[in-house]
Ligand binder design. Sequence first.
Ligand SMILES: [Zn+2]
Length: 147
Amino acid sequence: MKVLNLRCAHGHGFEGWFGSESEFEAQRDGGQIECPLCGDKAVVKGLSAPRLNLGAGRKEPPAADVPVPMPEQSPEARWMRAVRDVLARTEDVGDRFAQEARRMHHGEVEERGIRGRATPEEAVALLDEGIAVLPLPVPAALKETLQ
Ligand SMILES: [Zn+2]
């Protein structure tokens, strides 16, 4: 006997037992083989035996048995969360950062948390004017999801 892994045109895999490959071909050509899932008769042969159970159908161990690392506790996760927090509480003003920071400093607009891009020169100028700016290296992953 030969175990053949078969596949229908819809991608359903199933097994067929045949005396030989030529028997399979004869049965297929005679329309005697059909997919047990959808009845499709356009069946092709996949990789043939030896039978190897590569974990198909094996139950995953219950989650409780697996030591799950606590991502919240890693320094990276704490940093990510802190950055996320800042991002959530600040308004992204983009390239207008220096301008907005000055306007707030001079009371032209209400003080609020802003973030944005400033060149090193702009940042230095702001600091010179007594405007507090902080560099915030935002992880690239967060930038992509939040901006
Ligand atoms: Zn099928």
